[in-house]
Design a protein around this ligand. Structure first.
Ligand code: FEO
Length: 169
């Protein structure tokens, strides 16, 4: 594996663990706000991010590449309303998409087809993540100011259950 691709893949382990940490913080925000369904939704989101981190970790190990674990930054966003949290989620996913694209471009440049194939799953996953984040914002904008509807939205998000990633390495 070429050094640049290796470096970016290794960095992505950290970025995905940070995503998990960030979403756990979002979950914590909603727990404090009394919206346990939103808290559940982000707790499961955090679990998915840990899965993503482990996929990068496992891929490097499978390729006999060294894994170096770095410190995970503190999630330090301060929110003034529920919608801000959801918007920060979308912004973060767009950032993660840009990171995946950057790794893909680096792999493409050196004809690292195996890494490109590995990343294909993440390219699709990022599309889904952005759609989910967008949908949450739309629903909150439509229903968030009505307590009855917010209650129902909270119930809807409480029903989310964790499923393991479809990618197995
Ligand atoms: Fe690991 Fe939310 O992308």
């Amino acid at each position: 594996m070429k050094a640049k691709v290796h470096e970016l893949l290794n960095q992505q382990i950290n970025k995905e663990f940070y995503s998990a940490y960030l979403y756990l913080d979002f979950s914590n925000y909603f727990e404090d706000a009394g919206l346990d369904g939103f808290a559940n939704w982000y707790k499961i989101q955090a679990q998915e991010e840990r899965d993503h981190a482990m996929l990068f970790y496992q891929y490097l190990q499978n390729e006999n590449q060294k894994v170096t674990l770095e410190a995970i930054p503190k999630p330090d966003k301060v929110f003034t309303c529920h919608l801000d949290v959801l918007k920060a989620g979308l912004e973060h996913e767009e950032y993660v998409t840009s990171l995946i694209n950057e790794i893909y471009a680096a792999a493409y440049e050196v004809k690292d087809f195996r890494t490109m194939q590995f990343l294909d799953w993440f390219v699709k996953e990022q599309g889904e993540e952005e759609t989910n984040a967008n949908n949450l914002i739309t629903k909150m904008e439509l229903f968030g100011s009505d307590p009855n509807r917010l209650y129902m939205l909270n119930q809807e998000l409480a029903a989310r259950v964790y499923t393991a990633p479809s990618l197995v390495l």
